[in-house]
Design a protein around this ligand. Structure first.
Ligand SMILES: NC(=O)c1ccc[n+]([C@@H]2O[C@H](COP(=O)([O-])OP(=O)(O)OC[C@H]3O[C@@H](n4cnc5c(N)ncnc54)[C@H](OP(=O)(O)O)[C@@H]3O)[C@@H](O)[C@H]2O)c1
Length: 250
């Protein structure tokens, strides 16, 4: 792939991943996009071409499958930017009640998948002595809340992985940024709660972040001069003061 620099995005079929792909497209980057819902992903790829991306490839990717990750990584060139965005929360159950499916779903997607994708691309980036890894953490990487033990644990893990990568890659010229957003209205709550009404309730009476707000922050971090590394960026809606305190208008 040619172009201004290849941007690889996992979980590009909706939310932050799709919005960030579009913003990178608009500033002339080539894109390599992955997600499970291929039709949705192809639509995002089409929009990226219209927005100005010189080349766009959409590939099926399930970050819970090592084989799928291996095939995805093998199909791309050397990323200028690797956006590890694919992730999810499943349910709001307590530790006492959490199902096996939700537990494995979150750990395999948010932690194991992220490490495997990073491991898949890193040798090429180290060889090239350039690149930028952007990991989607969460405000939940910085605290805890009832019903969120495993999701928060996976995002604390992402933060630890980002910090460790910064140490391990300090001689390679590769930058590592973690983006930690608070409440953002995407498909996240629908995936988590499985119900439109319950998902809407999460954002009742307040103005959440949008996918584009987060995309804007990611592109800003990546477009700083090469000697500047934005290590961590925490962003919340103005109405969100903590993981458990959100001001809502009646
Ligand atoms: N929205 C929030 O409030 C919020 C706040 C902080 C952090 N985050 C984090 O931000 C990231 C993006 O979330 P979002 O808000 O944009 O939610 P979203 O709209 O639900 O998007 C999630 C993306 O991840 C992909 N994905 C999920 N499981 C995958 C798998 N096994 N393999 C490949 N791709 C997978 C989905 O694609 P497919 O389903 O097509 O595979 C989708 O493109 C996640 O890591 C999330 O934890 C979200």
């Amino acid at each position: 792939m040619s172009g201004k620099g290849l941007v690889v995005v996992t979980g590009a079929s909706s939310g932050f991943g799709a919005a960030t792909a579009l913003r990178f497209a608009a500033i002339g980057h080539a894109l390599y996009l992955g997600a499970r819902r291929l039709e949705r992903l192809r639509e995002v790829a089409r929009q990226c071409r219209s927005a100005g991306a010189p080349e766009v490839e959409a590939r099926a990717l399930d970050v819970r499958s090592k084989e799928s990750i291996d095939a995805f990584c093998a199909g791309a060139g050397t990323p200028a930017v690797l956006l590890n965005n694919a992730g999810l929360a499943l349910g709001r159950d307590t530790v006492e009640k959490i199902t096996e499916a939700d537990l494995l779903g979150m750990v395999e997607t948010n932690v194991i998948g992220l490490v495997r994708v990073t491991r898949g691309f890193l040798p090429r980036m180290i060889e090239a002595r350039r690149g930028h890894i952007v990991n989607l953490g969460s405000y939940a990487a910085r605290g805890v809340y009832e019903g969120g033990a495993v999701y928060a644990a996976t995002k604390h893990s992402v933060r630890v992985i980002s910090e460790t990568l910064r140490l391990e890659l300090s001689e390679t010229n590769i930058r590592v940024t973690e983006i930690d957003p608070g409440l953002a209205e995407t498909e996240f709550s629908l995936v988590r709660l499985g119900d439109e009404e319950k998902a809407k309730e999460v954002y009742r009476g307040m103005q959440p972040l949008t996918a584009d707000d987060v995309a804007d922050a990611i592109v800003w971090a990546v477009t700083r001069p090469p000697h500047v590394n934005i290590s961590e960026l925490v962003m919340t809606p103005t109405a969100q003061a903590s993981l458990t305190k959100v001001h809502r208008e009646p």
